[in-house]
Design a protein around this ligand. Structure first.
Ligand SMILES: [Zn+2]
Length: 366
């Protein structure tokens, strides 16, 4: 095993207070009717998939099976000024008015409960804290375990379980306050990060690389042709994949598109919108724990080559609690110093041993 690296994991219980209640009426009334008819067609009890156990499951696994080198810190609440770098004033006003309320924001099931606005402020602030720790040199890499997630949140609206765009808030903070001129954001969540793309599509100093399951899979954006606009033309890179694409597709895209793009861009900091819904258990794509670990290894080498190793993970989706928690753990193992595995090779050593053991046993007589 290589030298052990210190990795700071940010976890804050204030984010558990975001507990949307699906029994609460939708807003506005027309949307309420539409969503209730959709839900009644599912035929099974429906619960809000983005729930507090997503974070506690990860925390419990990391307590049960600690990763040497990982230390925990609590997060911070983002200020209005920090959120205002990527969201409009009118949007922030509309969200702040929901503090203490139950409400539904849009048809993509973005809901709030009385503690949600505070939780969302902590999620964004915790992403900032994770960046701060790395830029300050307290750790080479860090992981912000946050919810609600962020990458679907646009400058002017909440979407897809997301209220504030955590990774975008962190990137904008790094640029504005921490001396990071160019920031690269890698989004490996199964869903396209439409919000992050919207926020930075005209910004030449943010390179956004997003690999995801292609439309019509939610949210329906992220085609090859979306490459940025204006001054940001060429700094958006989308890799849409068919259903069930696996480790090989992800790793080829990382090695042959992401790495050269990063070498061209020369980032001062690399952020990862790390969703664990590409895992097989979430039924959209077919990435394995070894796949997440191998992608982490590529990003770690890239960060060391380009920006002194500065690499910050921000949690996005992942709804199967087993693959979510084990996926996070597989990333942390590589960040702390484990050699990243090459997916597809597990068991081959054992088969070689079995081959040697059975050698000569089944020779067909002439
Ligand atoms: Zn997702």
């Amino acid at each position: 095993m290589a030298d052990q690296n210190n990795v700071i994991v940010f976890y804050d219980e204030r984010m558990l207070a975001h507990e949307p209640d699906i029994e609460v009426p939708f807003l506005p009334g027309r949307m309420d009717k539409r969503i209730r008819s959709l839900l009644s067609g599912i035929g099974v009890p429906w619960t809000y998939p983005e729930h507090p156990a997503r974070l506690t499951a990860i925390k419990h696994l990391l307590e049960l099976e600690p990763v040497p080198g990982v230390t925990f810190e609590t997060g911070k609440q983002a200020t209005r000024d920090q959120l205002g770098r990527v969201h409009t004033n009118s949007y922030l006003d509309s969200i702040y008015q929901l503090r203490g309320e139950n409400a539904w924001l849009d048809e993509d099931t973005t809901a709030v409960s009385p503690g949600s606005v505070d939780a969302a402020e902590v999620a964004a602030g915790t992403a900032i804290a994770a960046v701060q720790a790395v830029v300050d040199g307290r750790a080479e890499s860090s992981f912000a375990l946050v919810r609600p997630p962020g990458h679907h949140a646009e400058p002017v609206r909440a979407r897809g379980f997301c209220l504030f765009n955590n990774v975008a808030v962190a990137a904008a903070h790094a640029q504005a306050e921490l001396g990071c001129e160019r920031v690269m954001i890698v989004d490996w969540d199964a869903h396209h990060g439409n919000g992050t793309q919207d926020i930075f599509s005209a910004d030449p100093n943010v390179l956004f690389f997003d690999i995801h399951r292609a439309a019509p899979f939610y949210p329906g954006t992220g085609s090859l042709a979306e490459v940025g606009m204006g001054l940001g033309d060429g700094t958006i890179v989308n890799i849409p994949l068919p259903a069930d694409a696996d480790n090989a597709a992800y790793l080829k895209a990382f090695r042959e598109i992401l790495v050269p793009a990063a070498q061209w861009f020369r980032p001062d900091l690399i952020l990862v919108s790390a969703g664990f819904d590409p895992h097989t258990h979430d039924l959209a794509l077919n990435v394995s724990y070894d796949g997440f670990a191998a992608m982490t290894g590529i990003l770690q080498s890239l960060a060391r080559q380009q920006c002194g190793g500065r690499l910050v993970f921000v949690l996005e989706g992942g709804y199967n609690l087993i693959s979510l928690s084990h996926g996070v753990r597989s990333v942390l193992q590589v960040l702390t110093g484990d050699e990243p595995p090459e997916p597809g090779l597990r068991g081959l050593t054992e088969v070689e041993a079995a081959l040697a053991f059975h050698h000569g046993a089944f020779v067909t007589k002439p």
